[in-house]
Write a protein that binds this ligand. Structure first.
Ligand code: SF4
Length: 176
């Protein structure tokens, strides 16, 4: 962002106002690719969602959530498979291991995302990711499992072409 920082704003602002006005837009004038509106556990939004209100109900209706309020903005050129790998690694590390769905699910998400990013992914891995996410949602003692699964599922949902390109080309298309 041109002006990254901590902003205290009313819930009546839109995501566009937060990103484009208060934070000054994507640095270097690059195009906006994706926004995570509420920290790593929030499902991703895309430029088509920029006019969503930042209140809890509007973000939920758009398929995401306000969460921690930590807005993460990604420019064109960001690899969403790599984003998924980083997010999955974090939640795998954070899982306390009590629930099988969370302990095994976060490990599988990280393992599968890492191999797709390395160029070793298989076509069936995309549906495998969604299946693992589904098995992790709404079935555990606390919501960490959901917090790990929902964002990964959203990356596959909105950027499936990108995941398929990694598998087809057997490499990360965004790698230098
Ligand atoms: S869902 Fe919560 S309680 Fe269950 S293993 Fe994950 S962190 Fe632990």
């Amino acid at each position: 962002m041109e002006r990254p920082g901590n902003y205290e704003l009313p819930l009546s602002v839109t995501l566009r106002e937060v990103v484009m006005e208060h934070a000054g837009g994507v640095s270097g004038g690059r195009a906006l690719k994706a926004v995570i509106p509420g920290g790593a556990s929030a499902p991703v939004l895309t430029p088509q969602h920029l006019d969503v209100g930042m209140d809890f109900e509007s973000l939920a209706a758009a398929g995401s959530m306000g969460g921690s309020g930590g807005v993460i903005v990604m420019a064109e050129g960001t690899c969403m498979v790599k984003v998924g790998e980083v997010v999955a690694r974090f939640f795998h590390h954070e899982s306390c291991g009590q629930c099988t769905q969370c302990r095994e699910g976060t490990a599988w998400l990280h393992k599968v995302l890492a191999r797709i990013e390395r160029g070793g992914g298989r076509r069936e891995d995309l549906d495998l990711l969604l299946d693992v996410c589904d098995n992790m949602t709404g079935k555990t003692i606390c919501v960490l499992s959901d917090a790990a699964a929902l964002p990964v599922a959203s990356y596959v949902q909105y950027f499936r072409d990108e995941f398929e390109a990694h598998v087809r080309e057997r490499r990360c298309p965004f790698a230098a």
